[in-house]
Ligand binder design. Structure first.
Ligand code: NAP
Length: 329
């Protein structure tokens, strides 16, 4: 009998408990694939979009395995694999496979070797977020010391990375967060202006602090609830980057609302920025400089067994987490 492994399978689109434990046959790597024994799985908000069916063109039909990121050890390789060897500790994201499982076969050109100074948990908590912050801060609009930027959901997994990296670049950082505890957390991270967007009108607050001038870029990951307010926060020719939709998608948007201040908007995804394997490796190198720096905070709210994936999703959807959540198969 062949060896078995397991996955948390999305049995239908819906609430967290649609993810069910399921035993599966061990995958056999094809010519250009490596078999990974997973040691830590990163939980990212996109895992929730997939589970509920909000990931647009990329949403598979159930049953499928959610998740886009994991860390593990190469256990076997196909006959044409040159990038990695058995025993390598690797990570991958957006590789076209679900990650909430114990073992998976992944295209070897999607794998990145993890340096020794980055633990499995830290890589699972931070790799996708640091890669995302890299393209958002460095590849979208030139940003210089003193430039003002606004970061929403700043206490979240991606938010905590963006705030610290933006401060390292010398930017003046305005942030929003959804509770007093989260406000304390983002102050500790070094944010300059901190707004609880559940108790006050963030656009008005940004207007007051900047004397009506606004900020250069808004990093907008909340979507429906904040997008129009984010446009109000921009200076003329400013840029709103809608890179997430935690509160729902931005719908019925009138292009004309950009006209008065000549604003820019875009809706990017990490997937595009790492589609080329050389770009993937170049960005990963920079990401590991951040991840390997112990002074860069990557708070992990919870490390849970993979079988408790539903609990992890419930915590994130209830807006209870600061920093990241990691699952261990
Ligand atoms: N496009 C890309 O390349 C890319 C890559 C990675 C991540 N992302 C996006 O970045 C965002 C953050 O991802 P993450 O994995 O690090 O998650 P996260 O920030 O840890 O969690 C999402 C946060 O969004 C805030 N939020 C606001 N309204 C919400 C609502 N109605 N329901 C739930 N949360 C709400 C919550 O913070 P408060 O309580 O403080 O409001 C929550 O903590 C997500 O939108 C994700 O899709 C995009």
């Amino acid at each position: 009998m062949s060896q078995s492994c397991y996955a948390m399978m999305v049995t239908r689109l819906g609430p967290p408990d649609v993810m069910q434990y399921q035993v599966m046959e061990m995958p056999e790597p094809k010519d250009h694939e490596a078999l990974i024994e997973q040691t830590a799985v990163g939980v990212n908000f996109v895992d929730i979009y997939l589970r509920v069916g909000q990931a647009h063109a990329h949403n598979p039909e159930p049953p499928f395995i959610t998740g886009v990121h994991a860390v593990g050890i190469v256990k076997n390789v196909g006959s044409k694999v040159s990038e990695v060897q058995i025993g390598d500790r690797v990570t991958y994201t957006n590789a076209g496979v679900g990650t909430y499982c114990s073992h998976v076969a992944v295209a070897s050109d999607r794998l990145v070797v993890v340096p020794n100074n980055v633990s499995d948990e830290r890589c699972a908590a931070g790799f996708v977020r640091v890669m995302t912050a890299q393209y958002l801060l460095k590849q979208m609009r030139p940003l210089h010391t003193g430039d003002k930027v606004l970061i929403h959901a700043a206490a979240g997994g991606t938010g905590q990375v963006l705030v610290q990296w933006a401060k390292r670049m010398g930017l003046e950082v305005f942030v929003t967060a959804g509770s007093e505890e989260k406000i304390r957390f983002v102050k500790e991270l070094g944010a300059d202006h901190v707004i609880n967007y559940r108790t006050s009108d963030f656009a008005q607050e940004v207007g007051k602090i900047t004397h009506g001038k606004g900020v250069k870029v808004v990093f907008e990951s909340v979507g429906k609830d904040t997008f129009m307010g984010s446009l109000e926060c921009l200076e003329p020719k400013g840029l709103a980057i809608n890179f997430g939709t935690a509160s729902g998608q931005v719908e019925n948007f009138a292009l004309q609302s950009l006209h008065a201040k000549s604003l820019w908007i875009c809706r990017p995804t990490l997937r595009t920025y790492i589609a080329d394997k050389h770009d993937l490796q170049t960005m990963a190198k920079e990401a590991f400089e951040i991840l390997g720096d112990p002074s860069f905070r990557l708070d992990i709210e919870a490390v849970l067994p993979l079988k408790e994936a539903a609990k992890a999703h419930t915590m994130i959807e209830s807006r209870l987490t600061k920093g990241a959540v990691v699952l261990v198969p």
